[in-house]
Design a protein around this ligand. Structure first.
Ligand code: NAD
Length: 346
């Protein structure tokens, strides 16, 4: 089997996990790693990944030294959440004539926030004969692609309500700050107002994907962020929450078509939800014909699933027609377990 040659750009929590997953796959060959961390640069990629063996390629902070289309089929990039911030790096990948998968939340549907940047990426990809996809667990899978796929049996859809209830406890200090965990309710309100507490990144993107795929005609999206105030003491290695303080953020987004709410997405994220009897899970409700109620519990594991879907999409993105793609444009993702999974499908 001819292997897909992949470079991993960004070797943080997600990027290093994806790179390790690539090492387990018969149809993938990890041919390079890019990161700017001084403690990684120059070291063997296998050593940085803790893979237990050397890979014979050093981690570099100089993308130009590895972006050679004769040697690389695709770059997976895991550096930031924001399209604008990732734009210079995405342009370098596409200009080099190499396909790209990004897990930046905004890249799931970049046209939702930045139509101009989306058009620029689409044009650049087409000019260079390659494709670019944004994916991840959410946005990219649970609250958009799964919803769209379930609607595939419906005669009609009147409205959709989906929620993902998860546990933030495994995450680090950045996530605690951006979700407002450990603040007071007043501090939470201030953080939402000044933009330092953002909640979930990805609702406009997910609603855009659902609306476009089904033709729901959403023209307006409203978002609200409320503090989840704890009744009990909760603690992680990064934050302590006394009763009365904020344990998480209940983020809701509603998409309207002609002033009628047609898509409601709910994502309450908090540390240790079980301490107040709250289980975790993913719930999709489609009201129409037939009515559909799907639930999984506990939640589909976010980090593992992000690594999985990004790596599993590699053959689809290499095979895709040139341009900017979303998860709704490409064949269904499937775990890469054997040779037939790697066959090029368009
Ligand atoms: P992280 O902070 O652990 O890792 C980021 C890595 O990228 C770091 O090693 C950093 O040194 C490196 N880096 C950043 N900018 C770089 C640049 N321009 N060039 C080279 N290296 C650079 O973050 P993470 O947990 O791995 O997540 C990465 C991003 O993916 C985050 O923004 C996160 O929100 C997003 N994400 C999205 C989903 C989804 O469902 N779509 C899921 C998980 C994570």
């Amino acid at each position: 089997m001819k292997k897909f040659r992949v470079v991993q750009w960004g070797l943080g929590a997600m990027g290093s996990g994806m790179a390790r997953l690539m090492l387990e796959k018969d149809g993938l060959e990890l041919v390079g790693g890019i990161d700017m961390r001084p403690d990684y640069v120059g070291k063997d990629l296998g050593e940085v990944l803790g893979a237990g063996r050397k890979l014979g390629v050093a981690v570099t902070s100089d993308p130009a030294s590895v972006l050679d289309k004769a040697k690389v089929d695709l770059v997976v990039i895991a550096t930031t959440s924001w399209t604008k911030e990732q734009m210079p790096d995405l342009k370098r990948i596409l200009s080099a004539g190499i396909n790209c998968i990004s897990i930046a939340e905004e890249m799931s549907a970049p046209e939702a926030q930045s139509p101009a940047l989306a058009a620029e990426l689409d044009a650049l990809a087409k000019a260079n004969g390659v494709s670019i996809l944004g994916t991840g667990v959410n946005p990219g899978f649970v609250l958009d692609l799964l919803v769209v796929a379930l609607s595939g049996v419906c005669h009609k859809v009147e409205r959709i309500e989906a929620s993902r209830v998860n546990d933030l406890s495994p995450y680090g200090p950045t996530v605690m700050k951006t979700q407002g965990v450990g603040t007071t309710p007043e501090g939470f309100a201030k953080g939402v107002a000044d933009g330092s507490i953002v909640g979930h990144v990805g609702f406009p993107e997910s609603i855009r994907m659902i609306s476009e795929a089904l033709g729901l005609g959403v023209t307006r999206i409203e978002e609200s962020r409320e503090p989840i105030v704890s009744k009990v003491y909760r603690e992680t290695p990064h934050v302590k929450v006394q009763p009365g303080m904020v344990a998480g953020c209940a983020h809701v987004a509603v998409g309207y078509a002609n002033d009628k709410p047609v898509v409601k997405l709910v994502h309450p994220q908090q540390i240790h939800p079980h301490l107040e009897g709250q289980g975790t899970g993913d719930y999709i409700n489609i009201f129409g014909k037939p009515e559909i109620h799907m639930s999984t519990g506990p939640e589909i594991a976010g980090g593992i699933a992000t690594m999985g879907v990004a790596v599993n999409m590699i053959p689809h993105v290499v095979a895709a027609t040139p341009g900017l793609k979303s998860m709704c444009d490409l064949p269904v993702p499937a775990a890469l377990m054997g040779e037939s999974a790697y066959r090029r499908r368009v």
